[in-house]
Design a protein around this ligand. Structure first.
Ligand SMILES: Cc1cc2nc3c(=O)[nH]c(=O)nc-3n(C[C@H](O)[C@H](O)[C@H](O)COP(=O)(O)OP(=O)(O)OC[C@H]3O[C@@H](n4cnc5c(N)ncnc54)[C@H](O)[C@@H]3O)c2cc1C
Length: 416
């Protein structure tokens, strides 16, 4: 079924009887070429690119809940490629390029909106760091504009420029960044994969791996054993728990991250604004709600809900930078479980167990990575070689001393 303006008009005039389900509901087969564990954004994108780019369609995506129940449907939808380090920036810029053509590729409206992201700076040292970051971005083919205080005032006159502790001195703008509707991304990838023959199997939890003499031959699930030549895990916040079933310990801890949305307001924010000094970020949805968040809750958990101290901390961050937010009413909040890696960067790699692959450690930045993560994981699964933009995302990088510590915070997951 092809979506088009013509199709919408036709259905509107004929009682909407011609729409079909977006994907099938097949029963699992006994054996696949590739089984993907986790039907989040990354798992579904991997399935789509395996089928579309590599022609591998004997694939199943196993999801323990329903599609979109994990972080893909819980994030604050920010898409950007404003990274500094050579291990990261080419990967995220490749993701950005895939985002720019995603809706055409999927024939699905993901509400991609390139309204820009503005990182505020509050000191000369921070401005110097942003100049360096902007230059690194431009060298990797991305876009970056360094704004002075007047430039920021022109965009957002309502910010608290004279805040006693964090006066705003300028900002780093990436005009091509923005937001996309998160669950539409999951649905679009699911539709793309399903239409090429991939089986998407919901309510199917992987409970163990069949490992014989160091080779992974399939998975145990709540719907029975499923054989596979290759098993590709990408379960985000559940990474440690799932890989523990294969006897692996990961350099990952799980923490909860909360998000908040206000009542609908008239358009007030030009794009995404981040306040790094206090860790607060905000954008405005198409419905008018202010969508914002801040730090992770500082304890390990697998619960998809947070606690009140972070609610207070995030709201204080908002008030510090944008006092007018105090007049808006908060509508709702939710949490998702983050797979926080020790250096804040992800993994897309083979494991020491033959036939078992791992994708995770996305921290709270994995939504923007969805297209490139799927593309590169599909490449790894199809060719057994890392994709050129993802060569540094190896599981053994801590042992080799090759951390990708973008924030320079050290090996401390709750600081990344
Ligand atoms: C509040 C919040 C705000 C965020 N904001 C942003 C943002 O603005 N920009 C950004 O880039 N990133 C953001 N993120 C991070 C981003 O959402 C994640 O990094 C990314 O979605 C993780 O990849 P995923 O979509 O594949 O994860 P998920 O959607 O969580 O997919 C993993 C799936 O695996 C399934 N699963 C787990 N265990 C099993 C099992 N045993 N068997 C079968 N299936 C299993 C889960 O049910 C889940 O559906 C945010 C996250 C949160 C929670």
């Amino acid at each position: 079924m092809h979506f088009s303006g013509f199709k919408i008009i036709k259905e509107a005039l004929t009682g909407h009887k011609g729409w079909k389900p977006t994907w099938r509901t097949p029963d699992p087969k006994t054996e696949y070429d590739i089984v993907i564990v986790g039907g989040g954004g990354h798992g579904l994108a991997t399935a789509h690119y395996l089928a579309k780019v590599h022609g591998i369609t004997n694939v199943a995506v196993l999801e323990k809940g329903w599609l979109g129940s994990g972080n893909i449907g819980r994030n604050t939808t920010i898409v950007r490629s404003n990274y500094l380090l050579p291990g990261n920036e080419p990967f995220y810029e490749w993701s950005m390029k895939l985002w720019e053509g995603l809706e055409q590729d999927l024939n699905y409206n993901a509400m991609m909106s390139q309204r820009g992201i503005l990182n505020l700076c509050h000191s000369d040292a921070q401005r110097d760091a942003f100049a360096r970051r902007g230059n690194a971005m431009i060298m990797a083919g991305a876009d970056a504009v360094l704004l002075d205080e007047t430039g920021v005032r022109d965009m957002c006159p309502y910010l608290d420029f004279d805040n006693a502790r964090f006066p705003i001195r300028g900002g780093l703008l990436q005009p091509r960044a923005g937001t996309a509707r998160h669950d539409a991304v999951a649905w679009g990838y699911a539709r793309g994969a399903d239409s090429r023959g991939v089986d998407i199997i919901q309510i199917c939890e992987v409970t163990g791996f069949q490992i014989e003499k160091g080779v992974c031959k399939g998975v145990e699930t709540s719907r029975g054993r499923i054989g596979a030549k290759k098993v590709a895990v990408c379960v985000a916040g559940s990474s440690s728990r799932v890989m523990e079933q294969a006897g692996m310990r990961l350099p990952i801890e799980s923490h909860v991250l909360q998000a908040f949305v206000s009542e609908g307001l008239k358009p007030v924010l030009p794009g995404v604004i981040t306040f790094g000094a206090g860790h607060f970020y905000i954008s405005q949805s198409d419905k008018g709600g202010l969508v914002f968040g801040g730090d992770i809750d500082g304890y390990n958990t697998y619960a998809q809900r947070g606690n009140l101290p972070v609610v207070e901390d995030v709201c204080e961050g908002g008030m510090a930078i944008m006092p007018m937010i105090g007049r808006a009413r908060m509508l709702r909040m939710w949490g998702g479980v983050m797979d926080m890696s020790m250096d804040g960067s992800p993994f897309i790699d083979k494991t020491p167990i033959e036939g078992l692959y791992f994708n995770g450690g996305w921290c709270y930045g994995g939504f923007k990575a969805t297209p490139a993560s799927g593309w590169c994981y599909a490449h790894l699964l199809a060719t057994d070689q890392p994709h050129p933009v993802a060569t540094e995302y190896r599981l053994d990088r801590f042992r080799r001393g090759r951390m990708i510590d973008e924030r320079g915070a050290g090996a401390q997951p709750n600081l990344h």
